[in-house]
Design a protein around this ligand. Sequence first.
Ligand SMILES: Nc1ncnc2c1ncn2[C@@H]1O[C@H](COP(=O)(O)OP(=O)(O)O)[C@@H](O)[C@H]1O
Ligand SMILES: [Mg+2]
Length: 337
Amino acid sequence: MEDLKRNDSILEINDLSVVYKTDLETVEAVNDISLKIEKGKTCGLVGETGAGKTTTALSILRLLPENTGRVLSGEIKFNGNNLLKLTEDEMRNIRGNYISMVFQDPMSALNPVYTVGEQIGEAIKLHNSDLSKEEVEKHVDEMLNLVGIVPSRKVEYPHQFSGGMKQRVVIAIALCCEPSLLIADEPTTALDVTIQAQVLAMIAELRERLGTSMLMITHDLGIVAKICDNVCIMYAGKIVEAGTVEDIFREGKHHPYTKGLFGSIPNLKTKSKRLKPIAGLMPDPTDLPKGCEFAPRCERCEEICQTVKPEIYVNGTHKIYCHLYKKSRNAAYDREE
Ligand SMILES: Nc1ncnc2c1ncn2[C@@H]1O[C@H](COP(=O)(O)OP(=O)(O)O)[C@@H](O)[C@H]1O
Ligand SMILES: [Mg+2]
């Protein structure tokens, strides 16, 4: 049974909870989330700022801030092995060879005093220490070609590159180790709209060509529709709705938060559409509501929502964390939708 699982999912997070703890307060950043990414598939993680998306990504790589970030419970299985149980050395091997991450701001990932070629070369050498100088150079050229940059520009420094090109370089570096999982944390948010589209098209193409599995963290529903197979909608540290991209974009039952985000659920062909602001603020993560985390902002909020955590409603691949769809009450709401 365990072997079967190993074959289909590259990443499986079960019941993960993460806090940031200081002397003064405890921020409950990720609360009991589960998600699964199948080999070769792209999972979108969507939600407003502060939802816990980056914390989830940093937990996978075990890069939470050392003094404050702490995983309270859960497991993060990569190819069947719980990353939370590995030694620091084993984890370094995972980060260097199997899982790469691209952050929102390309400049924070590049060193201003080395040329672009030197930085890609370093990443290649880390992975293949026995390559000759010529072989490394050849590989640098290949990586630049892969992300659509003319190799002759490798002698330039990051500041000579536009934002979109810098992000391409960062992606090239992330791909040097031929990762089986690429985590992209809002990789296009800091870029101009036209450049965003180019970088995205490139990511989509790489995914086709290299078969890399991806966790794509984004605000942009257009990105989700275009490149994701599955989607998790995150709110106040919870995954409030999850399913295939069709489940999420189809008319019908949805979490009230998802409905709010989408305005109205756009169809899959809708052009890039930013998430809609919803009235009200995310709850204070140091003092989360007793019942449903979304209750204070929810138009459909009832008494039970304020006092009892919802159960997860499951319909095939589609999951919704909301009292609205509780089994015993389905009949009434089925009629409504
Ligand atoms: N280093 C940190 N120390 C304390 N709180 C943090 C830290 N990083 C993030 N948080 C808090 O954890 C919550 C989740 O943040 P984050 O994972 O960055 O969300 P997202 O990436 O979805 O915007 C937020 O309330 C944020 O303020
Ligand atoms: Mg973030």
